[in-house]
Every structure is written in C-alpha cells, then in structure tokens.
Design a protein around this ligand. Structure first.
Ligand SMILES: Cc1cc2nc3c(=O)[nH]c(=O)nc-3n(C[C@H](O)[C@H](O)[C@H](O)COP(=O)(O)OP(=O)(O)OC[C@H]3O[C@@H](n4cnc5c(N)ncnc54)[C@H](O)[C@@H]3O)c2cc1C
Length: 403
C-alpha cells in the first residue's frame, strides 16, 4: 500500500490516478488540482470535440528530447490500448479524416465524464482549488506544499501540464519546482499556434483562407513543409499546417515561411495560365488576372508582392517580366517569421523536463526515486491531430501502473 499524490487533474493526471488505484485498491491516491475542477483544458480540446488520439500515431509526429523514447512508450501503451482503456470506461469513439479519433458524441465533456466517474467509483480523492507551490523530499517522504496546507506521500506523479493557453489556468510553476529538485528543463516556446510574420500586405489579406503548401526555412534551407488551409490574420499566418510548423520554429535562426499557393502546378504551367488569363480578361482592370483562381483580395496582394503598383491598368498590359514575377510569388511567397514567447494562442509548449531524465518504461524520474513525470511537463510535443492527448493518456497510464 502506498500514499500517492498526483499533481494536476488533467488528461495524464486522471489516467495516472485511475491506474494507480486499479493496480492496488489499497493505495491512497489523491489528485491535487489548482483549479476549481479537473480536466478544464480537456474540455477545450479539438474545438470542444476532443481529438483524443490518432490511429496514424508515429515517432515522426513528435518533437523534443523525449521523442527518441516514444516508440518504447507506445510499445507499452499504444493507440489501441488507450482506446481500449476508454472503451472500458464506457466511451465510444470514431475515427475521422487523417486518423483523428473523437468521442462519438462529438463532445469533449464525454471524455471528461468517463474519467471523472471512474475516479469517483474507485475512491480517488480529488482536492480542487489546491495549487502545489513547492515539493521537497526528506527520508523518502515527499512534502508537497500547497495553498491548502502540506501533504505527505511516498510516491508522487507530476502531471501539471504546460503554460500553453494560460487563460485555461495553466502555468509552468511546477517546472521551476522540478528544476530546483535537480531536473534539467529545456527552454520553453509556444507550439501549435499561429506564426507572426512581417508584411505590409497582411492587413489587406485578413480573413483570407487558401489551400497551399507552407514551408519553414532557415533563410534558404528547408526545415519542414506542410499542406493545408492557410489562414491570414492581421499579423500572423494561421491554420493547422502553420501550427505544425510553429513546433519547429525555434530550430531556425532566420525563420522564413514560404507559401506555394498552387502546390500541384509547376511554374511553367502557371505562366501558361497567366498568359491565357491575360487574353481572357484583357480588357478588364489588372486586378482580374486571377479570376477563377484566387479570391480577389489574394490576387491583388499577390500582384502587389510581385511589384505591380498601378491598378488602373488593363490586364492585357502585363509584361513578360511581370508574368514571371507573379508566377514566382505564387510558387514561393516569402514571409519573414517572428519568434515569440507569447503562449496565449498556443495549444502546447515545446520544451520541458529533459527526455533523458525519465525512464520510458515507467515514467519514473532517473534523478529522484519514486517521482514520476507525465504528459506535457516533459520535453515532447506532437503535431496537431490528437498526438498530444495520446501521449498524455499513455504516459499517465504507464506511470499509474508502475507507481
Ligand atoms: C485550446 C487547446 C486545444 C487542444 N486540442 C487538442 C486536441 O484536440 N488534441 C490533442 O491531442 N491535444 C490538444 N491540445 C493539447 C492537450 O490539451 C494537452 O497536450 C494535454 O491536455 C496535456 O495533458 P497534461 O495532462 O500533460 O496537462 P493538462 O491536461 O493541461 O493538465 C494539467 C493539470 O494540472 C493542473 N496544474 C497545473 N499546475 C498545477 C499546480 N501547481 N498545482 C496543482 N495543479 C496544477 C492544471 O490546472 C491542469 O488541470 C489542446 C490544447 C489547447 C490549449
């Protein structure tokens, strides 16, 4: 029998608590949750639908120093296993586009409910409004200081998440505590978020959505590329494909986002098409060059980016050099990207407890015995598509089973 405390009642914490109690019903298991209820972030996931996993989950969907251990984690607790655990709790799931798994009810609340009800039926103690402010270890006993007094335990599972989307109550205070206890914490940066870019054309593009290929380059060398819907805001590029680039933004010294607006057509074909449009819409103002291809706002911005400034001209007046310049913009519109420390719009955080300091077979710290670390506290973050919750659940299950 052990006294087990879990710091944080989120995705990983709730599963860790369930498993710790199921494994040995004699265990005293207590969740300490800073907010007034457990699983608040979970309710906001997947636009309220909770994209809880992905059947195409693989190492290539993850970043960070714990990535090299992800296969070990999923050998023990695969996507199938997580979904079976949920099925045992009563949750029916469906698989949608790109392997994304959702609850059949389309409500994140369903995921939270099955976890909460299991915690209740197992007799896990949940102390909400209880923020952990400090942790120390003396004579094999952890002393956990909170705003509601001091708790003692012999095993501690840290599941306190990250400071992404701070309006949902998250912060990185526990990482500071882990650092004081001797853990190495890699630098934190926002991930799965819009990327701020410099361009005086953005204001005119606000609200435009277009399918394309986005590439993150360090000056000229490619870091990562993605296809999908690109959304323009007044200061950023957004959309899932851009979110997936934000996770590796920190790898670039001089980050540039290049957009290919017609990724399935080569430059030769685009030039041929532009000449066709030059004739077709010849008598019309030049802003009509992209009729049938792009929305007008995007077409005008692309012409401006190609150096065309006069819009009283007719389309027929476009020169050969201008056609080439426009085609170049369409195939590779470059935006200087700005790195940011603003976690407000981030879904996850890149960085955390260094991967080498956690045993992937048990999630136990290799620095402090009987301390387990799960979920987003660890230096690992996944692409958009259910990979982050999959990791949170799997790591929570493994820690709970090994505690
Ligand atoms: C808007 C949004 C949408 C998202 N959508 C998806 C999605 O669809 N699919 C997906 O895979 N991922 C998604 N994510 C990411 C996903 O929610 C997280 O990766 C996941 O919740 C991490 O689980 P966790 O258990 O590590 O942390 P959390 O679920 O964040 O839980 C941590 C808990 O610890 C508590 N806590 C923190 N500090 C303390 C403290 N000092 N004392 C006590 N308690 C503390 C917090 O209040 C919180 O309840 C989304 C994130 C956001 C912000």
């Amino acid at each position: 029998m052990s006294n087990i405390i879990i710091v944080g009642g989120g995705a990983s914490g709730m599963f860790a608590a369930i498993k710790a109690k199921e494994n040995n019903p004699q265990n005293n298991v207590t969740i300490l949750e800073a907010q007034s209820r457990v699983g608040r972030k979970l309710l906001s996931t997947g636009n309220g639908r909770c994209n809880l996993s992905n059947i195409g989950c693989s190492k290539s969907c993850y970043h960070g120093s714990f990535r090299k251990y992800i296969d070990t984690v999923y050998d023990i607790c695969s996507v199938d296993r997580v979904l079976k655990e949920f099925s045992t709790l009563g949750l029916i799931t469906i698989v949608e586009d790109e392997g994304r798994v959702y609850p059949i009810s389309n409500h994140a609340g369903a995921v939270l409910d099955v976890l909460r009800f299991r915690l209740e039926s197992l007799g896990v103690k949940v102390d909400c409004d209880t923020r952990v402010n400090d942790i120390s270890k003396n004579n094999n006993v952890f002393e956990v200081t909170t705003n509601n007094g001091v708790y003692n335990c012999d095993k501690l599972i840290v599941c306190s998440g990250s400071c992404a989307s701070p309006k949902l109550g998250s912060d990185s205070g526990v990482l500071r505590i882990l650092k004081n206890l001797g853990h190495c914490v890699t630098p934190l940066s926002p991930a799965l978020c819009p990327i701020r870019v410099k361009s005086n054309l953005l204001t005119s593009l606000k609200g435009v959505r277009v399918f394309g290929k986005v590439s993150l380059c360090d000056n000229e060398s490619l870091i990562k590329e993605e296809y999908g819907e690109i959304q323009f805001t007044d200061n950023s590029l957004s959309g899932i494909c851009v979110f997936n680039l934000s996770s590796v933004l920190k790898k670039a010294k001089r980050p540039v986002i290049s957009i290919d607006l017609l990724p399935y057509s080569d430059k030769k074909y685009i030039i041929k098409t532009l000449y066709k449009h030059k004739v077709l819409f010849g008598d019309m103002p030049i802003e009509n060059l992209f009729t049938g291809i792009f929305v007008k706002k995007l077409g005008i911005a692309a012409l401006k980016q190609a150096g065309i400034t006069s819009f009283s001209r007719k389309t027929i007046s476009i020169t050969d050099e201008e056609v080439t310049a426009v085609a170049e913009v369409i195939k590779g519109w470059r935006f200087t990207a700005l790195k940011s420390n603003d976690f407000t719009h981030a879904q996850v955080v890149s960085g955390g407890v260094a991967g080498g300091e956690i045993n992937p077979y048990s999630m136990e710290s290799t620095i402090i015995k009987n301390l387990y670390i799960c979920g987003e506290v660890i230096d690992i973050d996944g692409d958009c598509g259910g990979y982050n919750l999959q990791f949170a659940f799997a790591s929570g299950i493994i820690a709970g089973e090994n505690v």
